[in-house]
Structure formats: C-alpha cells, structure tokens
Design a protein around this ligand. Sequence first.
Ligand SMILES: [Zn+2]
Length: 269
Amino acid sequence: MPELQHATWGELLLDAVAKPGRMLEAYTAFHNYSFGNALLALEQCVRRSLQPGPLNTYRGWLERKRQVRKGEKGITLCMPMRFKRGAQPDSVEGEATESDTSQTVYAFRFRAYWFVLAQTEGEEAFVQPIPGFDIDSALRVLNVTRTPFDEMNGNIQGFASGREIAVSPVAALPHKTTFHEIAHIVLGHTTTEKLVDGEQTARHIREVEAESVALICCETLGLDGAEFCRGYIQHWLKTEKEIPNHSAARIFAAATSILKAGAPTAGGQ
Ligand SMILES: [Zn+2]
C-alpha cells in the first residue's frame, strides 16, 4: 500500500507558529501522542475534513467497542519499529535511532495505522480528559532544580546551567522564561556551558529551539507568553532562514517530555 503524503516536522512547526491556536487544538485532541505526531494528525484531519479527536488503531477501537467505518483511510503517524539487524525493508524517513545491542534495530517510520473517533461508529461513548500540568512535578520528573537568581544585570530574564535553572524575580514573562530555561536543559544545550538569557540573546538556533518549546508549552497550557515566543520565532525566520527538520524533531520531543513530566500521572512512571 503506498504511503500517503505527509508534512515534514519542519513544515508542521512553521505552520503551527504561523497559526495561533493550532498547537492548542493539536494538544486538546491528541495529547497522549508526542507533540509532532499530534500536529501531524491534526494536519491530516484538517486536510481531510475530519473532526480532530481521540486516535486509536483499528484493533484499539475494537477493544473500545467501536468499529472503523468501511473505506476509511488511516491517519499517518511516526512510530518506532523494530527491525532485525541488516534487514531494513525500506528507506529511512524518520529521525534515526540506535539501540542495536542485540541484533535488533529501532527506527522511526511513518505508518497509516490510526483512525480518529470520527472515522468510527459504535454504541460506546468515548471521552478523553485533558491532563493537567504542574510545574514542580515537571521539574522533579525531569531532574531539574531551581537555583537562586544571582545575576546583577537587570536585562537578564533567566539562565540554565547543568540541571539548574533560575528565573529573574522581575522577569517579564516568568512562565515563558521558565519553560525556555527548562527547554535548554532538556534539549541538551547546558551540558557544556551556562546559558544566560537577556534581551540581547544571540539569535542562535539553540535560542529558537528553546523558544519554540516555550511556545508549545505556553500555548497548550493557556499561559502568558505564547505571543511573545511567536513574535520572536517569526522575527528569527525573517532575518535568518528556516528551522531545520532535525531541530523541529528535537523541539517536538523536548516539548512532549516537558508536558508529560508535568501531567499528574507522570510522577509514578
Ligand atoms: Zn535561551
């Protein structure tokens, strides 16, 4: 079966930056999937005029006593698949991974195995509550600690160093800065250097990555700062170039782990 055409991570991110509300819509409908997959699913629903909503596989819906309607085409998501070493059946599409200790290789592939609620029928009603978010739980699960803010420069909003963050007590948008600093750590930016964020922070791709994660977190959680992040990223895109695909993949992965870390059930897993 030929695979349906799907958008790249970079395209999905740019689209969501350009359209306020997209990220919230994707999170509301598909929050139990990774953020990249949530945007990917939403893009297909919009294109195919399907009501965005809970996703499951054909078999998963059967288990929930719902039947996928005849003739419905699957929604494509990116999923990890296991291959025997040296026997990869098709071209590499997703972000590659490794884990090849025992002759088994994991790699990400795009597969159309999912269906939204609107493509199914059945008696059982299906409600999917949106998880809450607690910043202190997120910090604990991510092994990030707050450290006192000791910068004297009044322009500095926050910084991240190792596994520690600090946000200025007079930061303009404390939530936004908090997510931005956590993002630097989750993205692996702080393993070698301390990152100090002022008003004149260099427009490096690292900053766009952290700010994009902050945008996703602020917008999906309905917190102040999303518009500021959006403006920053759009300005960067005008003066620099594009956000590379691999950066977009990293942004989605980091945002997913932060959002999951702050959801009430994450602590016990
Ligand atoms: Zn920064």
